[in-house]
Design a protein around this ligand. Structure first.
Ligand code: PMP
Length: 397
């Protein structure tokens, strides 16, 4: 069938782009389908399998007939488990189809046209699009590598206006791995206390993947919990991206509003996946430390090799499984004006897929995911090294 004559995009989604991460991943897949030898270090997904006892719990749940519509806000079993692990009540917890849906629920439930959401850049690509989709205006505060990719209290204060509804933080961060320390969280909370109309969303989906001390904002500044939404999920820590289970923890009226949105869009998240999430959260946790140690080795390999390459400066990430090096020197040496051109050229000439920093609101960088095998990482880094050792392509050819 050809394109529809009648279909027209709504104003709400007119500015929505296909995520640059998806674009690069799809281009890599189509080159691979054409027979090209591609190394992709572009996806934010652990290469580990879902733990077998989690898969078994899902199997048992399906066999036991837990195949009916679950309650909109989540099964009592999973909500109670999350509540008890976080020292809150069931009514403070919503389970959704991935952490992404919690974010979407929250923005749809709270933003009116023109409302502002402050987000430090670099930010996870979906943040700005979800805010825009909900009719809000993302207010992006660039935070450089020199600033540790973290927003300071002064810059937060300067970004807040009477229209600000949320500040959206992500610790540990995708794409930089930066973690806000306890002191930094307290200092940011100090600013929020002066602006009682502003809520704070903290996406802590990488909390178990921290190489240094991690503190949840809810523990550090409990006095703000009546206007705080903590977002988390099983995707990253338990290698369960395909199961689509995330959750939000917040005040009861906020959670009820998120549930009202979810109830009209997806209803409750998959009952079988929720049973699997119960097994992940209540079962043996040793795997987390074992996998973290593997990720730490991969991180060290990637950081040291990148820093040995000309024109690349790579800070050591404190958490998550990404590095976000500055590549401006390498771009200049290759005669490439933008990090997007850099990534395109890298993919087309060397078959290596990485994501340009522009996709995260901070150009001049690229994101490399180290949630891949050591062999894949070495192969990718060899390609990047080869790319940098070649002279720039002649212009106009
Ligand atoms: N937040 C961040 C910072 C992420 O990186 C991701 C996944 N890339 C998500 C949320 C979404 O996670 P989920 O699979 O639970 O929807």
């Amino acid at each position: 069938m050809t394109a529809s004559q009648a279909f027209r995009r709504s104003a709400r989604i007119a500015s929505l782009e296909i995520s640059e991460i998806v674009q690069i991943t799809e281009r890599a897949a189509s080159l691979r389908a054409e027979g090209a030898d591609i190394v992709a270090l572009s996806t934010g997904e652990p290469d580990f399998p879902t733990p077998p006892h989690v898969v078994e719990a899902a199997h048992q749940a399906a066999l036991a007939g837990r195949t009916k519509y679950p309650a909109t806000l989540g099964t009592p079993e999973l909500r109670d488990l999350i509540a008890s692990q976080n020292g809150v009540g069931r009514a403070n917890v919503i389970v959704s189809t991935g952490a992404k849906q919690v974010l979407a629920n929250a923005m749809l439930a709270s933003l009116d046209p023109g409302d502002e959401v402050v987000m430090p850049a670099p930010y996870w690509t979906s943040y700005s699009d979800i805010v825009a989709l909900a009719g809000g205006n993302p207010v992006v505060v660039p935070c450089t590598m020199e600033a540790g990719f973290r927003i300071t209290p002064e810059r937060l204060d300067a970004a807040i206006t009477p229209r600000t509804r949320w500040v959206m933080l992500n610790s540990p961060s995708n794409p930089t791995g930066a973690i806000y320390s306890r002191d930094e969280l307290r200092a940011l909370a100090g600013v929020l206390k002066r602006h009682p109309h502003v809520m704070v969303l903290v996406d802590e989906i990488y909390d178990h993947l921290s190489f240094t001390d991690f503190a949840s904002m809810r523990e550090v500044v409990p006095e703000l919990s009546d206007r705080m939404l903590i977002v988390n999920g099983v995707s990253k820590a338990y290698a369960m991206t395909g199961w689509r289970i995330g959750w939000g923890i917040g005040p009861t009226d906020m959670i009820a509003a998120l549930g009202a949105v979810q109830g009209q869009i997806t209803s409750g998240a998959s009952s079988i996946s929720q049973a699997a999430a119960v097994a992940a959260l209540s079962g043996p946790q040793e795997l987390l430390a074992e996998r973290l140690a593997i990720l730490r080795d991969r991180r060290d390999l990637v950081v040291s090799r990148l820093n040995a390459m000309p024109g690349i400066t790579c800070p050591v990430p404190d958490g998550a499984f990404y590095v976000f090096p500055d590549v401006t020197g390498a771009m200049a040496a290759k005669g490439l004006a933008t990090c997007a051109e850099f990534c395109t050229s890298l993919l087309e000439t060397q078959g290596l897929a990485l994501v340009p920093g522009r996709a995260f609101g901070l150009p001049g960088h690229l994101r490399l995911s180290f949630a891949y095998s050591q062999a894949n990482l070495e192969a990718g880094l060899d390609r990047l090294e080869r790319f940098l050792s070649r002279p720039p392509e002649p212009a106009g050819e």
